[in-house]
Design a protein around this ligand. Structure first.
Ligand code: HEC
Ligand code: HEC
Length: 371
């Protein structure tokens, strides 16, 4: 566990805070300054963590949602409120309302689930960077694979054990595969007869808020007790897609979200097999490029066609026939060039062109063989 700020340090910092706050608040809510010296010294992060009650966090998260400030505030407040009670300063000086913006995935934009925003922010205040990032990764991944609301939350509601018992029916559970508010809420709304602006849907998010706060507290407790073991395993497709698109290779995207939730798997089809659909003819840049000893060329055709694909040198001389007027089905296809010519000899390093002819379509691209 990271170094926890001692009570003495807390008290020391509190005295400075108190001095700053009593200096008054200006019209726009900014602390007014009469001279150049800062009124307060920031208390450096992390502020430390002490073991908290998981079930209390669940109930406070649920209640916080219904306070009118929403999911992001709810999850943040649940954790920080418990730390205010248990640890005191500097947590007591933190106005938890500033997390309200995260509701609905950021003022209704449906991006990161607000409950995650709240809990991840709390973690970032309590824990040193490496721990916050490790546990934050776990919390986010766990979220994508968890049924919400949890059985525990449904049970609390039924037994009227929440602090706010306005809706006590069991709520159907969904797993959404994504950390996005839009996908989480829409997946649940795709159940029969569900609508967004209903008490039932709000209660679903209130229970989820409690569940997220509770799991955040649970893994922080585990970490504190040196008992943390991640349960999240990323979907296989992410690792697979990132072997080409990640920083080791093409380096052209960022993310850990399940790729196939939004993109098709364009590699599912190899030479000659049908992919079902391709909107237009397309010849993609070879991968990797520059390359040695071999490279992959990918192309798509929107209708069955006789395909001719060949490699030329910079003088336009034919080097290798890769596909020699063969019929291909609709979809995307890949062909590998191993850097040899039509006589099976290794060609020298330098610039080459590959040219696709399919139906009426012709296109060439350049590639670089390096030694
Ligand atoms: C074998 C390497 C490889 C793998 C694995 C791979 N890709 Fe690609 N991907 C490419 C290449 C090469 C391109 C073409 C790049 C270009 O046109 O500049 C590409 C293009 C794309 C594009 C852009 C499509 C377009 O038409 O511009 C998307 C999106 C994409 N890949 C997503 C994925 C996803 C999702 C996965 C995993 C299911 C995946 N890729 C796996 C090599 C790969
Ligand atoms: C929530 C939906 C979503 C998820 C999940 C997602 N993407 Fe994307 N991705 C997009 C959108 C939207 C774009 C921009 C439009 C486009 O080019 O398709 C994009 C763009 C890309 C591009 C650039 C395409 C180009 O034309 O240059 C690549 C590569 C890519 N994504 C790969 C991935 C990989 C790999 C994953 C999984 C780690 C992934 N995406 C997960 C929605 C998503």
């Amino acid at each position: 566990m990271e170094k926890v700020i001692t009570r003495k340090q807390f008290l020391h910092n509190t005295a400075k805070y108190a001095a700053g706050i009593s200096a008054g608040v200006a019209g726009f809510g900014l602390i007014s300054r009469t001279n150049a010296s800062p009124l307060v010294e920031p208390v450096p992060l992390p502020w430390g963590y002490e073991e908290l009650d998981v079930e209390e966090a669940r109930k406070l998260g649920h209640q916080g949602y219904w306070s009118g400030l929403g999911c992001s505030y709810g999850a943040f407040h649940a954790i920080i409120k418990l730390l205010k009670d248990k640890v005191g300063e500097p947590y007591t000086l933190l106005p938890t309302e500033f997390l309200e913006w995260g509701r609905g995935g950021g003022w209704g934009w449906g991006t990161l689930c607000g409950a995650l925003t709240g809990a991840l922010t709390a973690m970032n205040i309590c824990l040193a960077k490496a721990t916050a990032s490790k546990l934050g990764n776990e919390l986010t991944g766990w979220y994508t694979q968890t049924e919400f609301p949890s059985d525990i939350s449904n049970q609390y509601a039924e037994d009227e054990e929440f602090y706010d018992n306005r809706y006590t029916d069991t709520i159907l559970q969904t797993v959404c595969g994504s950390p996005l508010c839009h996908i989480s809420v829409s997946t649940w709304l795709s159940l029969p007869y569900k609508k967004l602006n209903t008490v039932e849907r709000s209660e679903r998010c209130a229970r989820l808020t409690g569940d997220v706060a509770a799991y955040a507290v649970q893994i922080m407790n585990d970490e504190l007790n040196e008992a943390f073991t991640p349960i999240y395993t990323p979907p296989e497709t992410v690792g697979y897609c990132m072997t080409c698109h990640g920083s080791e290779a093409m380096d052209d995207t960022i993310g850990k979200m399940e790729c196939t939730q939004c993109h098709g798997d364009h590699t599912a089809v190899s030479v000659g097999k049908e992919n079902g659909f391709a909107p237009t003819y397309k010849l993609n840049q070879n991968f990797p490029n520059p390359f040695n000893p071999k490279t992959t060329i990918q192309f798509s055709i929107p209708q069955t066609a006789a395909v001719y694909l060949a490699v030329y040198d910079i003088h336009g001389r034919l080097v290798k026939n890769l596909v020699d007027l063969k019929d291909y089905d609709v979809g995307s296809h890949t062909v590998v060039w191993d850097g040899t010519n039509n006589y099976g000899q290794k060609v020298s390093s330098g610039t080459y062109f590959y040219r696709l002819q399919a139906g009426e379509f012709t296109e060439s691209k350049r590639m670089l063989l390096v030694k």
